[in-house]
Design a binder for this molecule. Sequence first.
Ligand SMILES: Cc1cc2nc3c(=O)[nH]c(=O)nc-3n(C[C@H](O)[C@H](O)[C@H](O)COP(=O)(O)O)c2cc1C
Length: 171
Amino acid sequence: MDVFNVIEKRYSVRSYANKDIPDKDLRKILESARLAPSAGNRQEWRFIVVKDKDIRAKLCEAAKEQVFVSEAPVVIACCAETDNHMMTCGQLCYPIDVAVAIDHMALVATELGIGSCWIGAFHEDKVKKILNIPDEIRVVELLCLGYAADEKPHEKNRLSLKKIVKYEKWG
Ligand SMILES: Cc1cc2nc3c(=O)[nH]c(=O)nc-3n(C[C@H](O)[C@H](O)[C@H](O)COP(=O)(O)O)c2cc1C
């Protein structure tokens, strides 16, 4: 699959089969995060790979009972060890850099036939408590990974290029 095919194929999987991800595939997914670009190459991302069933069940609770969070054989807490550095443009580096790394992981997972879903609907304080994460570390997103239980053609519901792209000037 070329990159564009992978991008087209990826969708948010919200129902997972009871099947483990091979270690070598998980390693490749994590390696794709490690190789991601980051502002000033700061690499503030840190990842906690959770496979333990009981911990996943607790994360599901912290993620507003989104049931598939406990179904997914792997949940990655995508964190940042950050000094809140801001780019000249006024944006914080860490949420952007962690997001880029997550997208790498989701795309490589797709290429390997592994589904994923980003989770932003979670209580950070609860996740920190469950995973013993120190106060100064931020939890940016959770990423569910696993084989889709309900693989089906997925329609992309997106705005048109006409709506989102302007050329040369805003107006
Ligand atoms: C930053 C971010 C946070 C998200 N949080 C959640 C979430 O908490 N629960 C969920 O089911 N999906 C979540 N999603 C998935 C989006 O709903 C999904 O990407 C979007 O609807 C487009 O659908 P697709 O991924 O299937 O193409 C999140 C996606 C992103 C990028």
